[in-house]
Write a protein that binds this ligand. Structure first.
Ligand SMILES: *Cc1c(COP(=O)(O)O)cnc(C)c1O
Length: 426
C-alpha cells in the first residue's frame, strides 16, 4: 500500500476486508483471545509467535489503526496509547532511565514541559531545554556524555515556531542519539518528519487526527532507521530479564524500538486505548488530509485579517509571508501550516479576555485542532503552572491568544473575529 497517496492511505491502510467481511473496520470489543493449545499461548508469551493475547498489549481494532498511522507517517510500526501524554512518556522511557539526560526544545506543549521538568526529574532523568531555533552548534553544546535523546515539536504549540528538523536530526545523529518529534499540530498530512531524518514520532491523536474533539489518544511511530546498536542503548541490545534474556535488536531488527515499547512498557504501565477509541480515531484519520487543507486555508485568511488589525500587536502564523518561520514553512509544510494561530492583542490580559468573551461562533475551550473553531488564553489555562521565565521561553505573554481555526465557512469565522475585535476598546 506504500505507493498510494496519503488520502488513499487514510481510507484504506491497516484494514483490508476479505471476501464477505465487513467493509468498515470492526470494533473488537474483547479483552482476550482464544487459542487451540497451551503451546501456542506459551509462544505468545515468549514473543516467538505473533497474535493478540490481551487487550492491554494489542487488539485487532487498535492494531489496524496503528498500521494506518505507521503508513501515513511512512514508519515501520506504531503503538497507540491512551493519550498524547502517555505517548510522549513511553517514547522516552523506552530509551532513557535514571541517570540519563536528554535535550528538549523549549517551544513545546505546556503539559510536556511539566512531564520533562518535574516528573522525569523525580524519576532521575534530567532534561535540558534549549531554544527551538538553536543552531547545530548551540544544540551540540547542550549534550552531555549521558545524553540519550533530542525532543522537539514540528510546529510548536502554542508558539507556532517551526523546527529545522533536518538540522536537528543531523546533529542528534552525529551525537549518536535519536530525534523524537511531536508531530501533533502538523500531522503527516502537512509534514512527514521521517522524510527529514527524524527517528521517532509521537502524536496527541486527540488533536487533528481525531479532529472532532471526541476521543483522547496518542501514538508512537518508529521510523525503523535508528541504529540502536551504537553502544548507547543497552536496554535494546542486551538481554531483557523480563523476557528470558531476549535481545530486542537481535530478535526484532528494525522493529526493536516499537516492540520493546509494547511488550515491556505497555505491559507494565497499561496505557493502551480501548477498541472503541481506536475505531473513533480511525474515522478521523479517514478525512485527515481533507481537513488539514481546509484548516490551513481558513487559518491563513484569519491570520491575514488579524495582521491587518491595529488592535493586534503580533500574529504568529508560519503561513504569513512576514513570519520568521515562513521559509521553514515553505520547506517543511508547503501545503499549509495547520489551523492554529497565536497572536498578541494590544492591552494585555483584559483585552484578551474581552476579545475572547465577545466571540459568538468561536468557542472558548481547552482544546485545539477541532473541526469547530475554538480559542484559548494560554497564560491563564494550559500554561498556568509555568513560571514567568518559562512563559517567555515558550513564547507566551499575558495578551497571547491561541486561536484554532475550524472548517466552518471562512466568511463566518472572519465575521465573528471582526465583531469581537470591534468590541475591544484600547
Ligand atoms: C495536546 C498535546 C499533547 C498532549 O496530548 P493529550 O492527548 O492531551 O495527552 C502533546 N503534545 C502536543 C503538541 C499537544 O498539543
Amino acid at each position: 500500500m506504500e505507493e498510494y497517496g496519503l488520502q488513499t492511505l487514510g481510507l484504506h491502510a491497516g484494514y483490508t476486508p476479505g471476501n464477505g467481511e465487513p467493509r468498515v473496520l470492526p470494533i473488537y470489543q474483547s479483552t482476550t483471545f482464544t487459542y487451540d493449545s497451551t503451546e501456542h499461548v506459551g509462544k505468545l508469551f515468549d514473543l516467538s509467535a505473533s497474535g493478540h493475547m490481551y487487550s492491554r498489549l494489542s487488539n485487532p481494532t487498535v492494531d489496524a489503526v496503528e498500521k494506518k498511522i505507521a503508513a501515513l507517517e511512512g514508519g515501520v510500526a506504531a503503538l497507540c496509547t491512551s493519550s498524547g501524554q502517555a505517548a510522549t512518556l513511553l517514547s522516552l522511557l523506552n530509551i532513557l532511565k535514571a541517570g540519563d539526560h536528554f535535550i528538549s526544545s523549549t517551544n513545546i506543549y505546556g503539559g510536556t514541559v511539566n512531564l520533562f521538568a518535574v516528573t522525569f526529574k523525580k524519576l532521575g532523568i534530567e532534561c535540558s531545554f534549549v531554544s527551538g531555533d538553536s543552531s547545530a552548534e548551540q544544540l551540540k553544546a547542550a549534550f552531555r556524555p549521558n545524553t540519550k535523546a533530542v525532543f522537539a515539536e514540528t510546529i510548536a504549540n502554542p508558539a507556532l515556531s517551526i523546527l529545522d528538523i533536518e538540522e536537528w536530526a543531523k546533529t542528534a545523529h552525529e551525537m549518536g542519539v535519536p530525534l523524537v518529534i511531536d508531530n501533533t499540530l502538523a500531522t503527516p498530512a502537512l509534514c512527514r518528519p521521517f522524510e527529514h531524518g527524524a527517528d521517532i514520532i509521537v502524536h496527541s491523536t486527540t488533536k487533528y487526527m481525531d479532529g472532532h474533539a471526541v476521543t483522547v489518544g496518542g501514538v508512537i511511530v518508529d521510523s525503523g532507521k535508528f541504529d540502536w546498536k551504537n553502544g548507547k542503548f543497552p536496554d535494546l541490545t542486551e538481554p531483557d530479564p523480563s523476557y528470558h534474556g531476549l535481545s530486542y535488536t537481535e530478535k526484532f531488527g528494525n522493529m526493536a524500538y516499537i516492540v520493546k515499547a509494547r511488550v515491556q512498557l505497555m505491559r507494565d504501565f497499561g496505557v493502551y486505548p480501548p477498541a472503541l477509541a481506536a475505531f473513533i480515531l480511525n474515522l478521523g484519520l479517514e478525512t485527515l488530509t481533507l481537513r488539514m487543507k481546509a484548516h490551513s486555508d481558513n487559518a491563513l485568511a484569519v491570520a491575514k485579517l488579524l495582521e491587518s488589525s491595529d488592535k493586534i500587536e503580533k500574529v504568529s502564523y508560519p503561513g504569513l509571508a512576514a513570519s520568521p518561520y515562513h521559509q521553514k514553512q515553505l520547506k517543511y509544510m508547503p501545503n499549509g501550516s495547520s489551523g492554529v494561530i497565536s497572536f498578541d492583542i494590544k492591552g494585555g490580559k483584559s483585552a484578551a479576555v474581552r476579545f475572547i468573551d465577545s466571540l459568538k461562533l468561536v468557542s472558548n475551550e481547552v482544546h485545539v485542532a477541532d473541526i469547530r473553531s475554538c480559542i484559548l488564553h494560554p497564560a491563564t489555562s494550559t500554561h498556568r503552572q509555568l513560571t514567568p521565565e518559562q512563559l517567555v521561553a515558550a513564547g507566551i505573554s499575558e495578551g497571547t491568544i491561541r486561536l484554532s481555526v475550524g472548517i466552518e465557512n471562512v466568511e463566518d469565522i472572519l465575521a465573528d473575529v471582526k465583531q469581537a475585535l470591534a468590541n475591544v476598546v484600547l
